[in-house]
Design a protein around this ligand. Structure first.
Ligand SMILES: NC(=O)c1ccc[n+]([C@@H]2O[C@H](COP(=O)([O-])OP(=O)(O)OC[C@H]3O[C@@H](n4cnc5c(N)ncnc54)[C@H](O)[C@@H]3O)[C@@H](O)[C@H]2O)c1
Length: 317
């Protein structure tokens, strides 16, 4: 919890961009006792963000956070230069376009206090590329959350080539004190780690459904009743170490590795694309989900919280 109203030295956060990710970060920061200025030039953003925060409130409360005065320390300031003037942390969640990020970060650096921590939520643009807009690239680090950031524990902390060690450590300490599970990557790689994994697995998901092996719903059921549950408690490497019995991963590799290698080779030959027929097929099958996106998201969040509770990952556990 926060000490003297601050979390790892951060009292006031400026959240840049109030879309899906920015609003969710803002909700978490507020629930953890920070004051937040949200900057987004889009007309009507105040109402949209307040709506997102109201939706996030029950989940935050279920995680054990105080949501009674969630928006008491929230301000909106569309002018970015003004918005960052008293920031201890700037968490940027603008559009995923390099030229837009460059323009935003130039303004942020020119106007934020010299000691403010700079983090971008980018899903895949390396900090090295974004930081070319900065006079001091050592100040910027990727703090990539998983959607929704107010719930999912992981934050990938990805330094660029010139990010300072101090920036990385401050970011790691802040996200940890916030109650997240920060993971610092040892090397900058496009897409970082979690999204590369998702892309690799999703490629095969799309292939299996477009080949008619299973429907989308059937594939989702297979995942949530097998690797989804397994990977929530033991990651892929630990799982296969256990799959090798007493011999562990070395036995797994010699026993089952050949079969896996031949599947890798076959999969590399598979043609997968979001072409028109594939898009049509996948779009048609979304009807099987049996709910609106809002209803399905609420159900997902309820189950996510139950899982986090079981794993001791809530704030009151
Ligand atoms: N959606 C996800 O699942 C996800 C997950 C992790 C990270 N991210 C990353 O987070 C960032 C935001 O993604 P999103 O899904 O919230 O996008 P979004 O389109 O929902 O929101 C982007 C917001 O930025 C605002 N914006 C545009 N120009 C701006 C400016 N100059 N200053 C301030 N705000 C500005 C827009 O008005 C919009 O509200 C992206 O970099 C994305 O890669 C997204």
């Amino acid at each position: 919890m926060s000490e003297n109203g601050s979390i790892a030295g951060i009292r006031h956060a400026t959240v840049v961009g109030g879309g899906v990710i920015g609003a969710s970060w803002a909700a978490l920061f507020l629930a953890r006792g920070l004051s937040v200025t949200l900057s987004d030039p889009q007309p009507g953003i105040d109402e949209a963000v307040l709506g997102h925060i109201a939706e996030a409130a029950p989940s935050l409360a279920a995680l054990g956070l105080d949501t009674s005065r969630l928006t008491a320390h929230l301000a909106f300031e569309p002018d970015l230069a003004t918005a960052v003037r008293s920031a201890d942390l700037v968490q940027e969640n603008g559009p995923e376009r390099l030229e837009v990020k460059h323009a935003m970060w130039r303004t942020i650096e020119e106007n934020a206090p010299a000691g403010a921590l700079f983090a971008t939520s980018t899903s895949g643009i390396p900090a090295t590329e974004i930081a070319t807009a900065l006079t001091d690239p050592g100040r910027l680090v990727v703090g990539h959350p998983f959607n929704p950031p107010h719930l999912v524990p992981l934050v990938e902390v990805v330094p660029g080539e010139r990010t300072s060690r101090e920036t990385v450590e401050r970011a790691r300490a802040f996200y940890r004190a916030l109650g997240k599970r920060p993971q610092v990557l040892r090397k900058e790689v496009p897409g970082f780690v979690a999204n590369r994994l998702q892309s690799a697995i999703f490629r095969e998901c799309v292939y299996l459904v477009s080949e008619g092996v299973v429907t989308m719903q059937e594939l989702d059921d297979i995942v949530t009743s097998s690797i989804g549950q397994r990977w929530a408690v033991a990651g892929p490497f630990r799982s296969f170490h256990l799959g090798g019995g007493e011999g562990g991963l070395p036995h797994f590799m010699s026993h089952l590795g050949v079969g896996m290698e031949s599947r890798w080779a076959a999969m590399a030959e598979e043609q997968v694309a979001f072409d028109e027929p594939t898009r049509r097929l996948l779009t048609e099958q979304t009807a099987d989900f049996g709910g609106t996106v809002g209803e399905l998201a609420a159900e997902r969040d309820r189950k996510q919280i139950a899982l986090m509770r079981a794993l001791g990952e809530t704030f009151d556990s």
